[in-house]
Ligand binder design. Sequence first.
Ligand code: ZN
Length: 275
Amino acid sequence: MPFLTRLADVARRTGHPVTEVPGWRERGHGPQPEVQGIVCHHTAGPAGGGDYPSLAVVRDGRPGLDGPLSHFGLGRSGHIYVIAAGRCWHNAPSTSDFHTNSRSLGIEAENDGSQPWPAEQLDAYRKLCAELCREFGLPASRVKAHREVNTSKPDPHSIDMDDFRAAVAALIDGSPAPGGGGAGPSWTEDIVKQLPLIRRGDDNVDVKTVRGCLFARGHVPRAAYAEVADGLEGWLNTTVYDDQLVELVREFQRAEGLDADGAVGPQTWPPLLRI
Ligand SMILES: [Zn+2]
């Protein structure tokens, strides 16, 4: 495996802002031999100092350990810094074969080791791990805290890694990242699943939604509400799914090429709502 020059594109799929740190494509202790795991760290940097004060240390190293120390930096705001495309010194010795420096990617999230994690930073952390898992074909179980693969390390502090991995797994096979793309059910399908089935004889506020949508789609002729008290307004506010409405829904269904059963369910809601 060569230098991983797609890492910035992968990071952008999270929807969080990305900075490509100059020179990242050639930076590394040689190329990255393999990617079998992801290791999550905290920087143990200063409590203040802006979004990502540890950038120079992660890029250039510290006394006794040359940089780069990780492929990614993660700022307090959820901003992602792409630091290296080659091998990094972020986990040695490793208790896991999948998480050695030669076989894993490192993410160094800014945190002094005890301060609370901002929600935006955690969101970016989970999404970056999920996108990396997708990119390299890894299950969420390959995402590990440094402390889980190196017994002398405490980082990242206070993150329940089982919860974290469950969230990463949901992102991997669930909804796409902001900006589109990705596999799995769309938000539209999620919405439709929560909509009620409405049939003849029902009497509830959802019936008003059906009436309003039908009217908006041009499927309510003037004659339908000519005899109703308050006219169109009265018609739109009627909560009963009566025979007349069943017929109007059937006409809408025929126009949409659907089974004209006169009930509003999973097939009829999407064209009615235009979602
Ligand atoms: Zn660490």
